[in-house]
Write a protein that binds this ligand. Structure first.
Ligand code: COA
Length: 149
């Protein structure tokens, strides 16, 4: 029988479980962040005045995946949109449904907040992610451009 995946907000006392998953995700993108950014981001997740949130996926009580998401205004709707910025599942449990459950969890939170959309980006060559996304969402057909300062 497959172990059940539980999705819930990551508590303020769970940084020790969250941080290795966050670092592994950053490594996946060959990225590094200064300690100050990690500290501030962590504080923002637990500051009720901030529109950024973190969900964890748990199997047998162990945090095995994370999703970071945030709400933002839209000129097209009265309600906010929800942007799923980061999604990561520990390599050892991939294929157990944690990734899907995390996206569904973000959608549940977004619906409960009155948002009308959850959207996210991925790289065209990220096949495992795209196999999952193609099952549960529609490809918007938009490309992302960016100017970095
Ligand atoms: C993308 C990622 C989050 C998926 O997490 P996961 O827990 O393995 O995904 P799930 O187990 O929920 O898989 C969901 C579906 O996709 C399929 N799938 C996932 N990975 C697959 C793979 N490597 N090959 C084939 N199918 C795959 C599963 O069969 C499953 O289908 P089902 O629900 O119909 O049975 C995970 O691979 C990951 O963390 N990758 C590295 C970071 C990353 O790419 N993040 C996303 C950035 S946009």
């Amino acid at each position: 029988m497959t172990d059940q995946v539980l999705i819930r907000p990551i508590g303020e006392d769970e940084r020790v479980a969250w941080e290795p998953l966050w670092i592994a995700y950053l490594e996946f993108y060959k990225a590094k962040l200064p300690q100050e950014t990690r500290d501030v981001t962590w504080r923002r997740f637990h500051d009720p005045s901030e529109p950024i949130f973190a969900l964890g996926a748990y199997i047998n009580g162990r945090m095995v995946g994370i999703a970071h998401y945030m709400f933002h205004r839209s000129a097209w709707t009265l309600g906010d949109y929800c942007y799923l910025q980061d999604l990561y599942v520990d390599e050892t449990v991939r294929g157990s449904g944690a990734g899907r459950a995390l996206i569904e969890g973000v959608c549940d939170q977004a619906k409960a907040s009155g948002a009308s959309r959850v959207h996210w980006l991925t790289q065209p060559g990220n096949s495992p992610a795209r196999i999952l996304y193609d099952k549960i969402a529609e490809d918007s057909g938009f490309m992302q451009y960016r100017v970095i300062f």
